[in-house]
Design a protein around this ligand. Sequence first.
Ligand code: UD1
Ligand code: M6R
Length: 691
Amino acid sequence: MCGIFGYVNYLVERKRIDIVHTLLDGLQRLEYRGYDSAGLAIDGDKPNEVLLFKEVGKVAALRQLYDSSNTDGDKTFVSHVGIAHTRWATHGEPSPLNAHPHTSGPLNEFVVVHNGIITNYREIKSLLESKGFKFETETDTECIAKLAKYVYDLNKHRDLDFTELAKLVLVELQGSYGLLLKSIYYPHEIIATRKGSPLLIGVKTEKKLKVDFVDVEFPDFPDISVEPASNFNDSLLVPGAPDLRRSQSRAFVSEDGIPMQSEFFLASDPSAVVEHTKKVLYLEDDDIAHIYDGELHIHRMRREEGLPTFRSIQTLEMELNEIMKGNFDHFMQKEIFEQPESIVNTMRGRVDFEKKTVNLGGLKAYLNTIRRCRRIIMIACGTSYHSCMATRAIFEELTEIPIAVELASDFLDRRSPVFRDDVCIFVSQSGETADTMLALQYCTERGALTVGIVNCVGSSISRQTNCGVHINAGPEIGVASTKAYTSQYVALVMVALSLSDDRISKRARREAIIDGLSKISAQIQEALLLNDSIHMMAETDLVNQKSLLILGRGYQHATAMEGALKIKEISYMHSEGVLAGELKHGVIALVDENLPIIFLATHDSLFPKVMSAVEQVIARAGNPIIICNKGESALSKLHKTYRTLQVPATIDCLQGLLNVVPLQLMAYWLAVRKGFDVDFPRNLAKAVTVE
Ligand code: UD1
Ligand code: M6R
């Protein structure tokens, strides 16, 4: 996963240094999406000159590289296009050469930044090599810039418009992309396009826009519609395409006829745009946005029945302070402490605690269909998968529909059977996870009803599911998912409550859960008071351990797995979440006086069984840490001898929301104590958009 940022100023005088800072600041906001190398492209001092700056490491390293480059920062540009990228390596190791932007050749005639994967890059590369192109990098992206140059040269005798050129290039690309293309042949113009990878455009104009949408433009002459060239021969040569520039974008028409000053901010994520403008346009797959002369145009290759012929310019509701760290040292810490609030935001306007009802706007029209389904399949990865595990039992109990919980990758590997009367629920914080997306496509093709439980509004999963629920947890920047987990959990409980609200027999149980939800925010706040003791425990007892086990059963199995994932992910300590019932079937062989074993022994119907596992560990000289309810009398004897972490008590199916908090804090303090980069753990990215 990588981050893209582009900045276009038209008739707005900007110094080069300001343009570079705008690009670097934009990248810094996207750093959580990838951070092993970064780069940018800006105009040089001479006409037709493009300068590239690329560096390994975080955006700060790129900033240093630019600062030490002696480039004239005072040079002003009335109109300019700059593009930038922060990378998480998929093809080729992190290196300045492999960092984006990638170029068509030594003169940088075409430069490109790209998210996603071009699956046929090897074919394109070998064909272009046969035409004399020299490839320098190990990336798939380089072929895009070189292909653009090749197509441009082939059509040199014609005055090809940048959109037409882009169409000829894009039609050859297979795979997924969000990309920005800049060229010396089209000064002050930019192409932005996406297929399966998000991209949006922030718009800032001197005067109010005439309309809050942009028309989609289609080719006037369908007979020259662009088809892939079978073998890169001269069919990439266009016989006589019309000039599409005669159109005017209605939103940008100025009343007095004087060209309007404008700025455009192009990004893979709104968090990089909000500080500049709240007016944004989300591109759809296969849209080709072309910005020139202060206007934004959207083109498509062909007309498609039933698709809207305009793109709205929406107003973002996200505030910048929502994505800043505030007084916390790390985003993860901030996000852990935000949970009492984020969880309320998940329920806001949806749960009526007085009437004891739940109303999910995004599901309302589908509830009856879902109730009639043959089974519900929950599909997700990582932490999102754990939220499905955590809520599976309450789903089964309230809906009495068979529930399967699947890891997206395994589900696809098995080509699991899916039918039209199945309902498939896709849970994803980012809404962009490749495995989950592929599973969504798989289920859509088989006619199942698809439901999303997603945090990022406007993300691919949110847009491609039939219906769903936004969890409204707010932006989660830390790679380790915390507040998204608790909000996913609550959102799934709300779905189960909604599905069962026609069942009288479940009424008392439903009402007890809604009562539980009404208190959960204050109880999470209380659980957070464990912060200091967990900090101490991590510093003194745990930091030098090589491994750690977390045991739970029933509802707490998911909590154990989630806690273990958090610990490995950011503190790099081996940890395993184990079903407590499995202890005696093998894991018990690990028990000795050193290995830390955390038990999730809060009070529910399985408590006696968990306690018997605790006893088994103690009997083998083990030294457990017990997460239990406040004042748990059954543990009064153990309190003195063994370490306990006491959390408030709630109804069984919500207890995981409280029990996970000490484990999140433990992971956090272990990582801090070991001096690791908490928000950007090694080898990981926030959204995993590769299979
Ligand atoms: C919506 C508005 C919210 C407003 C509320 C008032 C949005 C994003 N939300 O919230 O700002 O305050 O109405 O009534 O505009 N969806 C999917 N897949 C997903 C997630 C959602 O298809 O993964 C769909 C839903 O079916 C729905 C739409 O997106 O049609 C918005 O979902 P959601 O934000 O959950 O709906 P509301 O809570 O009603
Ligand atoms: O964005 P998603 O929820 O689809 O992401 C799924 C996993 O990649 C994610 O939960 C991952 O396991 C987290 N880094 C865990 O903290």
